[in-house]
Design a protein around this ligand. Structure first.
Ligand SMILES: [Zn+2]
Length: 303
């Protein structure tokens, strides 16, 4: 069992929104137990609050947008991934515009400010969601699943018909350390040929080589190249962690994805909620819990 956590001191970071192109400051503040991740739009009257949870996800096109009562916050995924992976369970995220800043396109600037703010333990235990049965979705040649496992693991594969990306796959056990060293600095990526279309639709207005890996038909345009040879699949894993973190709980299970993205990731989260037989919540995870909950860890999932 572990205790819930929040940050020790307030901290903030300023940058521009990837899609809006607008300057924005995000201020992180400690929050009480069981309150989760709550965004507060401090630029609007009455300071509307939007909790990061599955029913508040209103768009997954190119980024994750959450909303409540007509008030939105866009592109939350890299920040919430960092919060969840660093086990910041309860936090207030004050934001003075509609989109979380993209910073360098990865989660590492958020990791940096969270680490600097310090982390404190609270009194209540953090519930753990244990996968008991596999749930999966197959759709248009894409696939996503959540299956039982003793730890929290991600197996992700992508297959782009592009010479620079191609097929990439990664299996990783996610904890704070592996998230920071293997995943958090992988940047978002985009194709130069899409930029004109996106910008004509008021998207990617803040996009540049400073906050994304940009690829044309043959090569990477960023002067310094990639941070990892397989930075693309690592970034997809970062996005998936952000999506899964809507569940709030710690997770004992394996997330498996082939050519997935925010839309399908969100669908599997919702599917999981619809099938309470597939999981249970406990306040600790000993081997005994797995036995008591009837989790079958021996049997390989059969899709
Ligand atoms: Zn992303």
């Amino acid at each position: 069992m572990r205790k819930q956590q929040t940050i020790k001191h307030e901290t903030e970071i300023t940058g521009i929104g990837l899609h809006s192109g607008k300057e924005v400051t995000v201020r992180l503040k400690p929050a009480p137990e069981d309150s989760g991740v709550q965004f507060v739009r401090v630029d609007l009257p009455h300071l509307p609050t939007i909790r990061y949870k599955p029913s508040n996800v209103i768009s997954t096109r190119l980024a994750t947008t959450i909303g409540e009562n007509g008030v939105v916050v866009r592109t939350v995924e890299h920040l919430v991934a960092a919060l969840w992976a660093l086990r910041i369970d309860n936090i207030i995220v004050e934001i003075n515009n509609e989109e979380v800043p993209i910073m360098d396109g990865s989660a590492s600037p958020f990791v940096y400010i969270i680490k600097n703010a310090g982390i404190i333990k609270q009194d209540k235990p953090k519930p753990v969601l244990i996968l008991k049965k596999a749930v999966y979705i197959k759709e248009n040649g894409k696939f996503v699943a959540m299956v039982p496992d003793r730890g929290f693991k991600i197996s992700y594969a992508i297959n782009f018909n592009h010479p620079i990306i191609g097929r990439q796959k990664m299996n990783i056990s996610i904890n704070e350390k592996t998230f920071i060293t293997e995943i958090s600095s992988a940047r978002t990526f985009g194709f130069l040929e899409d930029v004109g279309y996106l910008q004509s639709h008021n998207l990617a207005l803040g996009g540049s080589l400073d906050n994304a890996v940009v690829i044309n038909k043959y090569k990477i345009l960023n002067e310094d190249g990639l941070r990892y040879e397989d930075e693309f699949v690592r970034h997809k894993i970062l996005d998936a962690i952000g999506d899964i973190s809507q569940l709030w709980y710690d997770i004992r299970g394996r997330f498996i994805a082939y050519k997935s993205g925010h839309t399908l990731n969100n669908k599997i989260v919702k599917r999981l909620i619809q099938y309470p037989d597939a999981w249970c919540l406990v306040n600790q995870t000993t081997e005994e819990d797995f036995v008591l909950q009837g989790v079958d860890l021996q049997k390989e999932p059969n899709f």
